[in-house]
Design a protein around this ligand. Structure first.
Ligand code: GDP
Ligand code: CA
Length: 318
């Protein structure tokens, strides 16, 4: 079975680990969000691709959900001693090596997709990890801070400001000019199932769908498309997804996120059992909905979610 998964960082990566346990024989292609990418200290950092790569490759800091395990921060403190920041972005020594290799290869002319493949030669994530695009896309957020309206990088909004002010607009800068990376449209066209893990619907999955051609390819693939809600009990399980949902006029509920994707894209949607009451509303929107436990407390729980998603896919296919 060929499965395509559109993934952000933590939510996507943890779900994928469950999917690998649930369907060990499946051929999984991950289309990763690169809208979070940022240049820091002259290096290209791809937070979501790395979270997937480290999580599936056994190098992730489990408690944090991002970055390397057994990390140290010597480089960061040496940079700070020179007065060189930003200090709000936590790049550890082990992680730095990844960004150095990536930047070196990009500077030598390799596209991001080839660089990602080379990094994965070390980590062996067990999936084919593709960036959504080789072209630069950067998510920016419009905010008002101290009465001043400005546009900042998504990482500055998320990490430095901790989404403490309203996101007035979220713009994937460059997405409209970007092309899907090599292999992306081919993987979608030959998929048996397409899954949206419980990743951020705006700045993770939404950004991937903003690359021209990807949304259309999914809608036209003619195979079941099933998503899992990142919103449980009317709040994001982790992080501040409600802030960026508000920016696109979507309520932070499992049903509203399903309607936001729409029946033109989604065939099936899983909500958590605490949101069981929203099942009829999603069904009425033309999306087959089921309530199952959606908390990824451990790999077994994530695997159970993946089984439920694959079962729902078979149900809508029939
Ligand atoms: P990021 O790029 O690291 O922010 O990760 P993603 O975009 O892949 O996923 C973030 C989303 O995952 C957030 O909106 C969370 O609500 C959601 N999430 C995290 N853990 C869980 C979980 O255990 N269950 C569910 N249903 N959603 C989760
Ligand atoms: Ca992310």
């Amino acid at each position: 079975m060929r499965i395509v998964v559109l993934a952000g960082g933590i939510g996507g990566a943890r779900f994928l680990r469950g999917l690998q346990q649930a369907a060990p024989e499946a051929d999984v292609t991950v289309i990763g969000n690169t809208g979070d990418d940022i240049h820091l200290f002259g290096l290209k950092v791809c937070p979501d691709l790395d979270t997937v790569m480290y999580t599936l490759g056994g190098g992730i800091n489990e408690d944090q959900g991002w970055g390397r395990q057994d990390e140290t921060f010597q480089v960061k403190s040496e940079l700070a001693a020179y007065g060189v920041g930003p200090e709000w972005f936590g790049l550890g020594d082990r992680d730095f090596a990844t960004h150095i290799v990536r930047t070196q290869m990009l500077s030598a002319g390799y596209p991001l997709s080839a660089v990602t493949e080379a990094l994965c030669d070390r980590w062996k994530p067990g999936v084919r990890l593709l960036p959504m695009s080789d072209d630069r896309v950067e998510t920016h957020v419009a905010v008002t801070v101290d009465g001043e309206r400005k546009v900042i990088h998504f990482q500055e909004y998320w990490v430095r400001l901790r989404a403490s002010v309203a996101a007035e607009a979220v713009v994937p800068v460059g997405a409209d000019q970007a092309e899907p990376a090599p292999g992306v449209l081919e993987a979608i066209a030959s998929a048996d199932v397409i899954l949206f893990p419980p990743s951020n619907p705006v700045v993770s999955v939404g950004t991937i769908l903003a690359v021209p051609g990807i949304r259309e390819a999914i809608a036209e693939a003619g195979v079941p498309v099933v998503g899992l809600s990142p919103i449980v009990g009317d709040a994001p399980v982790r992080g501040m997804a409600d802030k960026v949902l508000a920016a696109v006029g979507v309520e932070a509920t499992a049903a509203a996120v399903a309607r936001h994707y729409g029946s033109g894209l989604l065939d099936g949607w899983l909500v958590d059992t605490v949101d069981e009451a929203s099942v009829p509303a999603v069904d009425e929107a033309g999306i087959v909905c089921k309530a199952v436990p959606l908390m990824m407390t451990d790999v077994d729980a994530a695997a159970e979610m993946a089984r439920a998603a694959l079962a729902l896919a078979e149900e809508v296919r029939a």
